[in-house]
Design a protein around this ligand. Structure first.
Ligand SMILES: [Zn+2]
Ligand SMILES: [Zn+2]
Length: 138
């Protein structure tokens, strides 16, 4: 029996040039970025077509490098390794200063992963947003 001897390990996700530019932009931002702000910024770097930007954003969301904050229609870089690649994301959002933080709670991720409702509906994806006041605004 021949074995190749090379087990495929977790591949490091290689980003395309556009994806990398957009990811860097989102990661460096101190607040979630809206698509038009991303578009405006990357146009200076040579990505002119909105479609290219939206495609790259979709892909980055899909692989869990960034998340979409639905209520703000904005994007934020992932800072929680236990969010299980975009299947269960949770954010806290301050209603005054609009500060958005990814909630990093292994307990919550685990709870959501096993959560079923009584009608037997099994959920495959969660995107939770908790609203309140941050320390500074209280
Ligand atoms: Zn995340
Ligand atoms: Zn605040």
């Amino acid at each position: 029996m021949r074995t190749s001897g090379k087990m495929k390990k977790m591949q490091k996700q290689i980003l395309s040039k556009n994806q990398q530019i957009i990811f860097d932009l989102i990661e460096k931002s101190s607040e979630p970025l809206k698509a038009y702000a991303i578009l405006f910024n990357v146009q200076k770097k040579g990505i002119k077509a909105p479609l290219q930007v939206y495609r790259a954003l979709d892909k980055l969301v899909e692989i869990g490098k960034i998340h979409k904050i639905e209520s703000r229609n904005a994007f934020i870089a992932c800072h929680n390794s236990s969010c299980q690649v975009a299947k269960a994301t949770a954010f806290s959002i301050c209603e005054i200063c609009e500060k958005v933080t990814e909630i990093s709670s292994a307990g919550l991720s685990k709870y959501l992963a096993n959560f079923k409702d009584k009608d037997g509906m099994k959920y495959s994806k969660y995107n939770l947003e908790f609203f309140g006041l941050c320390k500074k605004c209280r």
